[in-house]
Design a protein around this ligand. Structure first.
Ligand code: GSH
Length: 224
């Protein structure tokens, strides 16, 4: 049967980690999509803080996901991910794969841990390392420690599957949430030496065709 799904529009940035999660999910779900890249900044037609993008996401951040098949617009990578799962994951490709309520809660625990903790702590590490207008060693130290603490928690969890997936039972959307952030470890100057299972998992993720295709699609999208 011909696939009549119209391509979704994934609003992204060439390097920011969050849109890659959604591209990866759409690859796993085999949902067609096109990528529209935006600059970081206030340009009215090209920037995430400009009028054209703020009409899509009033928070001025990517990803945002427009679905012409349903008319639904989502933003915040957690909301985009869960929209894609609810509407397009009829075969439970992206989990939760664990049983019953505990399985669903385990999925959400790790999803929220990335969205509220590992992602933002890494973001603050990057901010104080590279972008803050004045040097603030105290803030940098605090966020590096917190980011490393998150890696240590993730290492403990990944050991349970020997680095195969964050949750037992195989790759889920949870792995897709973590992958682009952990991939940035070198930029954040977080060594993976103390976290060998995280390293193993990251290598495995990077070899998956769906992950490679997601990165290719965003990297090769027309520049804003
Ligand atoms: N909590 C949001 C974070 C989104 C976010 O911070 N996106 C970055 C790119 S990865 C962005 O758009 N930054 C632009 C800016 O801060 O102006 C999510 O998970 O989607």
């Amino acid at each position: 049967m011909a696939n009549t799904t119209k391509p979704l529009i994934l609003h992204a940035h060439a390097t920011g980690p969050n849109p890659f999660k959604i591209a990866a999910a759409l690859e796993f779900l085999q949902v067609p999509y096109v990528v529209k890249l935006w600059d970081f900044g206030p340009d009215p037609t090209k920037g995430v803080k400009g009028a054209a993008f703020l009409a899509i996401n009033e928070n001025g951040r990517v990803p945002a996901l427009e679905d012409p098949n349903t008319g639904v617009v989502s933003w915040e990578s957690g909301a985009c991910m869960n929209y894609a799962r609810r509407v397009y994951d009829k075969g439970n490709v992206l989990g939760p794969k664990g049983d019953g309520e505990q399985g669903r809660v385990d999925f959400e625990k790790w999803e929220y841990f990335l969205l509220t903790t590992l992602g933002p702590m890494t973001g603050q590490t990057n901010w104080y390392r590279y972008y803050n207008a004045v040097r603030n060693d105290d803030a940098l130290k605090r966020y590096v420690e917190q980011t490393e603490r998150c890696y240590s928690v993730l290492e403990g969890q990944l050991k349970k599957t020997g680095g195969e997936s964050i949750l037992p039972g195989g790759i889920t959307a949870v792995d897709l949430h973590f992958e682009p952030w952990v991939r940035q470890h070198a930029y954040a100057q977080i060594s993976l030496d103390p976290y060998p299972t995280v390293k193993k998992w990251l290598e495995k993720m990077g070899n998956l065709k769906e992950i490679q295709d997601a990165y290719k699609k965003i990297k090769e999208a027309p520049k804003p």
